[in-house]
Design a protein around this ligand. Structure first.
Ligand SMILES: Nc1ncnc2c1ncn2[C@@H]1O[C@H](COP(=O)(O)OP(=O)(O)O)[C@@H](O)[C@H]1O
Ligand SMILES: [Mg+2]
Length: 201
């Protein structure tokens, strides 16, 4: 399964989603995380880790060397992909995940990204609501996306401070210490990963 994490916007949890998807999928089968964002924030995350990730984090070029070795490839991508970038991603992937916070601005940009993907022929993209502050925000965001016929995951990712700690320390959210929300946060990603596995594998 090849999954790309995509959005026009930065700060919508693309890298966070890529890292946690790779963690979840690597428990099931050999997984690699390709960091195709020139900012290399996924590689930097892994670089801060004191214990090794259960998957490799590599660049697109490095993937050439490891061809065929992995069952799942998760790709983190840069913000503001061009129409050509989107076309390549579409051709290369089984699923495009569009993380979006529930803020009006992020949702508008996400709808725009989804529409661009549809224009280039995508049928396999889906919005993942991230950094969700409350049940009401989730419901409103879901309604807004559904009104515009944008495909959306059933599960969503709640907003927790544990993610910032995970990012800083170079660990997945479930390894964040002394934070009761760390396991809740991981449960959110596990639920969404399960949704992906049930449909795509
Ligand atoms: N579910 C969440 N709850 C709270 N903060 C989050 C969540 N997911 C990500 N973040 C934080 O949001 C910021 C942007 O996340 P990041 O994954 O780097 O986004 P992107 O790759 O889209 O730019 C980071 O500080 C990250 O810790
Ligand atoms: Mg990023």
């Amino acid at each position: 399964m090849i999954i790309a994490i995509v959005n026009q916007k930065g700060g919508v949890a693309k890298t966070t989603t890529a890292v946690h998807f790779a963690y979840g999928l690597s428990a099931q089968a050999a997984t690699v995380l390709v960091d195709s964002d020139p900012n290399r924030s996924a590689m930097a995350w892994a670089g801060r880790a004191t214990s090794a990730f259960p998957f490799k984090v590599i660049t697109e070029l490095q993937l050439l060397r490891f061809q065929g070795k992995f069952q799942h490839i998760v790709t983190d991508t840069k913000a503001r992909p061009s129409p050509e970038d989107l076309k390549v991603l579409l051709e290369m992937t089984d699923l495009i995940v569009l993380p979006s916070s529930t803020s009006g601005d992020d949702l508008r940009v996400t709808v725009d990204t989804a529409q661009r993907l549809k224009e280039v022929g995508s049928q396999n993209h889906r919005v993942l609501l991230t950094k969700v502050p409350s049940v009401k925000d989730e419901k409103d965001a879901r309604e807004y996306l559904q009104e515009q016929s944008i495909p959306i995951f059933k599960g969503h990712i709640r907003a927790y401070k544990a993610y910032d700690k995970a990012f800083i320390e170079g660990i997945p959210v479930f390894q964040v210490k002394r934070d009761p929300n760390a396991s809740r946060a991981w449960l959110d990603y596990q639920t969404v990963i399960q949704e992906v596995l049930e449909e795509y594998s």
